[in-house]
Design a protein around this ligand. Structure first.
Ligand code: NAD
Length: 354
């Protein structure tokens, strides 16, 4: 039996920032009115989940540390069994997009309230989007019921994010903001948030890299992640996200690294038609082309630059170009199969954007 979801009369998401904010996790659970919390994490972050369970004391009914990339349905079903057995009435997801995805998948099935404690910059906690994988097929849905009740950004937790992942995850977040600048359904508010998110990373990421445990710089990047994730949830994404979705889904490439490599190429491609909309990136980074400016920034941050280094074979590029161009979608620069094949070639080889 799954416990009845607790009704939260306040539909707005409560967002909390601050070093060591996880210490007040019990108060957040009590504010929701819950008392049987299941803590979710990946196997790699089971220590973080156990710390949260310890802080919760008798409010915790268990931990489930089997979250995986792309939210496989069989993992969600295993977690659902524990939810039923323990009569869980609140979920806490501590981790990156993979763990947040598991929490959303359970919330979608049960209506349970969620507290998300993000430890990467992916931004899934801010969107009503849920991607799930079953028998190798990834499907995506959008439903406000998967949005959390509380997001708790604790800079101490993101301090342990290894430097290479800090860089790729930051570029993953910046990609949401970059595509929001030319989204057909953008508003003045989403554009302002996108610029705010980009600025937070352009200013904060170099500071984090020179001192990874600088909590002030880490908090600045978490605020950037929130802004970038929020626009991801509010406006339509285009070429960049379509390419990364294709590469991740069909060739199982890692999420953040793929975003980091593709971003300068996709933005250079769209700068041909949306140079004016992308001007804020040039203003923040210098340079005359937003794609080239992002390429230079990524290189300065020691980001990976070649899809071949992620294990993609050159012979896969034709198939990837076919997959990425079968279904038309709105994009500033018209998407043609030949142009996308050329873009993928440059991203595969680690060349400068064309
Ligand atoms: P992730 O959650 O898969 O994390 C990658 C690895 O890093 C995991 O092993 C994780 O345990 C570890 N890790 C995370 N934070 C850490 C920390 N602070 N210290 C040490 N290790 C840490 O990676 P991600 O890039 O955050 O998320 C990718 C997934 O999220 C993909 O499946 C993607 O599709 C999904 N996503 C969904 C949305 C959405 O709106 N639905 C948005 C962004 C990403």
């Amino acid at each position: 039996i799954v416990a009845q979801p607790i009704q939260n009369s306040d539909t707005a998401v409560r967002v909390v920032f601050g070093a060591a904010k996880r210490m007040s996790i019990a108060a957040e659970v009590q504010r929701i009115g819950a008392s049987k919390v299941l803590v979710l994490a990946t196997p790699q972050q089971s220590d973080a989940a156990l710390e949260i369970a310890e802080l919760l004391g008798s409010l915790a009914v268990g931990v489930f540390c089997k979250a995986e990339m792309h939210t496989p349905v069989h993992v969600t079903e295993a977690a659902m069994a524990q939810v039923a057995e323990t009569q869980t009435d609140c979920l806490i997801a501590i981790g990156g997009g993979s763990t947040t995805g598991l929490g959303k998948a359970i919330a979608f099935r049960t209506g349970l309230p969620q507290i998300v404690i993000p430890t990467t910059y992916a931004g899934s906690e801010c969107t009503p989007i849920l991607g799930q994988t079953e028998k190798g097929v990834k499907t995506t849905l959008s439903d406000p019921s998967v949005l959390p009740e509380v997001i708790l950004y604790d800079s101490e937790l993101v301090r342990t994010l290894p430097v290479p992942m800090t860089v790729t995850s930051a570029l993953n977040a910046m990609a949401h903001a970059a595509e929001a600048l030319y989204a057909t359904n953008r508003t003045g508010e989403t554009t302002a948030m996108a610029i705010q998110g980009l600025e937070a990373f352009i200013d904060g990421l170099p500071r984090v890299l020179s001192e990874p445990s600088d909590l002030v710089a880490r908090e600045a990047t978490l605020r950037g992640a929130w802004a970038c994730g929020t626009v991801l949830g509010r406006v339509d994404m285009a070429l960049h996200h379509k390419l990364c979705h294709t590469l991740g889904g069909a060739f199982n490439l890692p999420h953040a690294e793929t975003h980091a490599i593709v971003l300068p190429h996709a933005i250079a491609y769209n700068a041909r038609a949306a140079g004016r909309e992308l001007q804020p990136i040039c203003d923040l980074l210098g340079g005359e082309n937003a794609g080239t400016a992002l390429h230079a920034f990524a290189q300065k941050m020691n980001a990976p630059t070649a899809l071949r280094d992620l294990g993609l074979q050159q012979r896969d590029l034709d198939h990837a170009a076919d997959l990425a161009t079968t279904k038309p979608y709105p994009n500033p620069q018209p998407v043609t199969r030949d142009d996308i094949r050329a873009l993928l070639q440059a991203a595969w080889a680690g060349d400068a954007p064309i």
